[in-house]
Design a protein around this ligand. Structure first.
Ligand code: BGC
Length: 462
């Protein structure tokens, strides 16, 4: 299908954008009163990040914000999804706002609006103030209460201009990579703590949604982004199907259950009973967590193929309580991170959720590919694999829409190459290439492609 035919499959009011996250792009780690986050501390521990990289400078977006917004505008984006660094706003995670930190986001929002882009603000994309980790982190209930205070403060400061609020980005990563496998900050390896973290992240979402609506009114646009695993079993055998069920429970239903149905599923509680009695769930928590969502944000990169395990489980694992499940490496094409390429998984994710939760609008808040991009002597960056990936995944979104899924937006991950967490700067997801020595931004072919594609979408002014 031609690009213009693909573009024509989307409505005029579709929200087209690109996404980033604070720690991955901002740098300026101690500028203007910013406090340390768990990622600053984690990245300093030897052996945690490839090449010993950290986010001290990153893309220096904090100092280059104006230029970056101009690039977004040139690309024809309608919206920009970014996150605020909590420790920039509240250096210790509590108390009054650090004015200079807050001003940065205020200026960013103003610049976006002036350029005609809608700001889509995520409150938490993994950079917890270190002081809160030292007070117990996400396994502790207090962190959820502090998050609600932070959300309220942000809504008061920016709610006159930011219409679209998202509480958490992919709490699966925060809870299970952060507290069980320990490959993300804060690097703890404690399965019981990871389950408590999951619950307190859910609670933080609910409390923050209430806080935002307390300031901006009950109709305020509040969402959350999940990364549900599209799980496929290797066979129809009972053992492989059971492996699939278990991974769906601990990977997906631990969020979807309380957020959208107001309950943790019984099978999840059974599967994890030897690790936790879930007594951290207090009376009223589930009502608090299950707040109306304006839309549900979704991250998708690849499908997850599983089968029943025959050998020993390598530990530590993010899959709390799962000892009998084996993850099968992708068979076909892979990205530079070794992740499979399978757009049909995105269609399945969107149509599956649309069937389960009729009336819930969906937004693909992140989708993109890591490629081993090289700058040619003439300064161009040819990334045909990323262009093919984006085109195929947009077609998958269009297919889901044709099948009735109410998908209302799509954000490429990512606007810029950036700090790819435990992989450091070696893995590049950007539409724009970043030369980390000079901070020069270069248009990759994918950025040019997205710009041209967006010129042809309905409602575009060309
Ligand atoms: C995260 C991003 C990350 C991307 C690629 C997403 O889960 O939200 O921060 O860079 O995946 O790994």
């Amino acid at each position: 299908m031609s690009d213009s035919a693909l573009a024509g499959r989307f409505p005029a009011d579709f929200c087209w954008g690109a996404a980033t996250a604070s720690y991955q792009i901002e740098g300026a780690a101690s500028a203007d009163g910013r406090g340390p986050s768990i990622w600053d501390v984690f990245a300093r521990q030897p052996g945690t990040i490839v090449n010993g990289d950290n986010g001290d400078v990153a893309c220096d977006h904090y100092h280059r914000m104006g230029q970056d917004v101009a690039l977004m505008s040139e690309m024809g984006l309608r919206a920009y999804r970014f996150s605020a660094a909590w420790p920039r706003v509240q250096p210790d995670g509590r108390g009054p706002a650090n004015r200079q930190g807050l001003d940065f986001y205020s200026r960013l929002v103003d610049s976006l609006l002036e350029a005609g882009l809608a700001p889509v603000l995520t409150l938490y994309h993994w950079d917890l103030p270190q002081a809160l980790e030292e007070a117990g982190g996400w396994p502790g209930r207090q962190t959820a209460l502090r998050f609600a205070d932070y959300a309220e403060l942000m809504a008061e400061a920016l709610g006159d201009r930011v219409k679209t609020w998202s509480t958490l980005n992919e709490p699966w990563c925060s809870a299970f990579l952060g507290y069980s496998s320990g490959v993300h900050a804060p690097g703890r390896r404690d399965e019981a703590a990871a389950l408590a973290a999951a619950h307190h992240l859910n609670l933080a979402h609910g409390l923050a949604a209430q806080a935002i609506r307390g300031v901006l009114g009950p109709g305020a646009d509040v969402s959350v982004t999940l990364n549900p695993h599209v799980v496929r079993a290797a066979s129809s055998s009972q053992a492989d199907q059971e492996a699939k069920r278990r991974i769906e429970a601990i990977g997906n239903e631990v969020w979807i259950g309380p957020l959208l149905r107001g309950a943790y599923p019984e099978d999840l509680l059974r599967d994890t009973a030897s690790i936790s009695d879930w007594s951290f769930v207090e009376a009223g928590d589930l009502e608090t967590i299950c707040q109306p969502l304006t839309w549900l944000g979704l991250y998708y990169s690849a499908v997850t193929q599983v089968r029943a395990r025959t050998g020993a489980t390598p530990l530590p694992t993010p899959w709390v309580g799962e000892r009998d499940v084996e993850f099968i490496p992708p068979a076909g094409a892979v990205t530079d991170l070794g992740w499979g390429v399978d757009p049909s998984g995105l269609t399945d994710l969107l149509t599956g959720l649309a069937e389960r939760f009729p009336g819930l609008d969906l937004v693909v808040t992140e989708n993109g590919a890591a490629c081993a991009d090289q700058v040619d002597p003439d300064g161009s960056v040819h990334d045909p694999d990323r262009v093919a990936y984006l085109r195929a995944h947009l077609a998958a979104v269009a297919d889901a829409r044709t099948a009735g899924a109410p998908v209302i937006g799509y954000f490429v991950w990512s606007l810029l190459d950036n700090f790819e967490w435990a992989y450091g700067y070696g893995k590049r997801f950007g539409l724009l290439h970043v030369d980390y020595a000079t901070q020069e931004r270069r248009w990759k072919d994918s950025a040019l492609w997205y710009r041209d594609f967006l010129k042809g979408v309905p409602g575009s002014h060309g």
